[in-house]
Ligand binder design. Structure first.
Ligand code: ADP
Length: 392
């Protein structure tokens, strides 16, 4: 089915347009005068009934190939108004004018489909259909009302296309999330087994060289595990199943414990800490994930030996404010807002530092899930400071 032209069906002026456009379509198709009139009258009779009995309708004139025969048709849809009742008289009359006429109703949306076959003598083909279509596409409106309608119709079509594109994109995102969840789940199991055996082998009696190799295997498996977890987190966040097990913690002891962990994991960076004592309700593991990610980045994107300053205090708005400051490569002002986007990595450094651009996206979602804010300040070549807040 190739759409030739569409007309909205709401008032008497639309009725005139529906008649004019259907008769023109029939004329361009090559139908005889009497068939042109029959087709256009059938269309406008249905439209009249729709205008009388409902609030909105849409007539779509088309050419379709069925078997070996081309047809000129109209599909007129409307929303049924229960108060005004069913379409009757106009429909009965229109039915007699065209050979094919169907009226269906589904969930309050009525559809009238009518068509007329185009004789072989009219030599219909794709080229001719395109020419008819082009005629309507380039038709200049003759009245201001027609111009307004035409613009409206164009907007309606753009809207329809964007809705379709949006639905397709949503479908693809859904499929991608499904794949991420299944793939990361499936990959997690062998990785856990691999790590368990590596840990066992590390405790066994083997040569120093073998031990050093095993430690490397374990470190890489750990990295893989962290990445798998990030993929799982992303799919959880996007499918809306991420939930937070909040509990009350003393924030300064919590930070002290974390600092010990950070010192163990990144011993090559001296860590300076200052923290206020306050009770706060958080998901300990998720906030740990945020802090470890920011601290891990601070170490990754700065020279070994440079300090990382870690501080928490209660800000003027009465929230806990955490900051992690490094003396690393920094970022340009344009990059600052982008780093929290999914899979975003600063282009210039992407080849020199490994990473997937997931950590800050997940961190931002976790902080938002706790009702806080996250941002970064940075100067290229001098370092970056990541901040986040948590309501008390
Ligand atoms: P990853 O580090 O795995 O690429 P992230 O989401 O944690 O992913 O970070 C996104 C990007 O933000 C990084 O690729 C990097 O370009 C930039 N970035 C993050 N932290 C820092 C930092 N401390 N200093 C400089 N750039 C950073």
């Amino acid at each position: 089915m190739i759409e030739i032209v569409r007309v909205s069906v709401e008032n008497e002026m639309d009725l005139t347009l529906a008649y004019k456009k259907s008769i023109k379509a029939a004329e361009l198709t090559g139908l005889s005068m009497s068939t042109q009139t029959a087709f256009a009258t059938a269309v406008s009779e249905v439209c009249r009934e729709i205008i009388d009995k409902t609030h909105d309708g849409l007539a779509l004139i088309y050419i379709a190939l069925s078997g070996e025969r081309y047809h000129l048709g109209a599909r007129i849809t409307y929303t049924e108004d229960p108060v005004m009742g069913k379409l009757e008289e106009g429909i009965q009359y229109a039915k007699k004018l065209v050979p094919v006429f169907k009226h269906t109703m589904h969930q309050g949306i009525g559809t009238v489909e009518l068509n007329i076959s185009i004789p072989r003598a009219c030599s219909m083909n794709n080229q001719k259909i395109n020419a008819v279509k082009a005629f309507f596409a380039h038709l200049e409106p003759t009245t201001p009302y027609e111009e307004l309608r035409q613009k409206n119709m164009e907007l309606y079509q753009i809207n329809e296309q964007s809705e379709l594109a949006l639905r397709q994109a949503e479908y693809l995102i859904e499929k991608k999330n499904e794949f991420l969840t299944v793939a990361s789940h499936e990959l997690k199991t062998p990785l856990t087994i691999l790590r368990a055996y590596t840990q066992m082998a590390l405790k066994s009696d083997c040569s120093p060289t073998a031990l050093s190799h095993l430690r490397k295997v374990d470190m890489q498996a750990l990295k893989l595990q962290a990445m798998m977890q990030q993929l799982l987190d992303i799919s959880k966040i996007e499918t809306g199943v991420a939930d937070y097990n909040k509990e009350e913690v003393n924030f300064s002891s919590y930070i002290d414990d974390l600092a010990d962990l950070i010192r163990k994991l990144i011993p090559e960076h001296p860590l300076e800490i200052s923290a206020d004592t306050v009770l706060i309700s958080i998901d300990k593991l998720r906030i740990e994930q945020v802090i470890m990610n920011i601290a891990g980045n601070a170490a990754k994107y700065s020279d070994s030996g440079s300090a990382i300053h870690f501080s928490t205090h209660i800000n003027t708005e009465g929230e806990i404010q955490v900051s992690v400051k490094d003396e690393g490569i920094g970022m340009s002002p344009e990059e600052l807002n982008k780093v929290f986007a999914k899979f975003y990595r600063v282009e210039d450094i992407a080849t020199s530092y490994s990473g997937l651009g997931m950590g800050l996206y997940i961190s931002a979602k976790i902080i938002q899930g706790h009702g806080g804010r996250i941002w970064v300040e940075s100067i290229v070549g001098e370092g970056s400071t990541f901040f986040f807040t948590l309501p008390i």
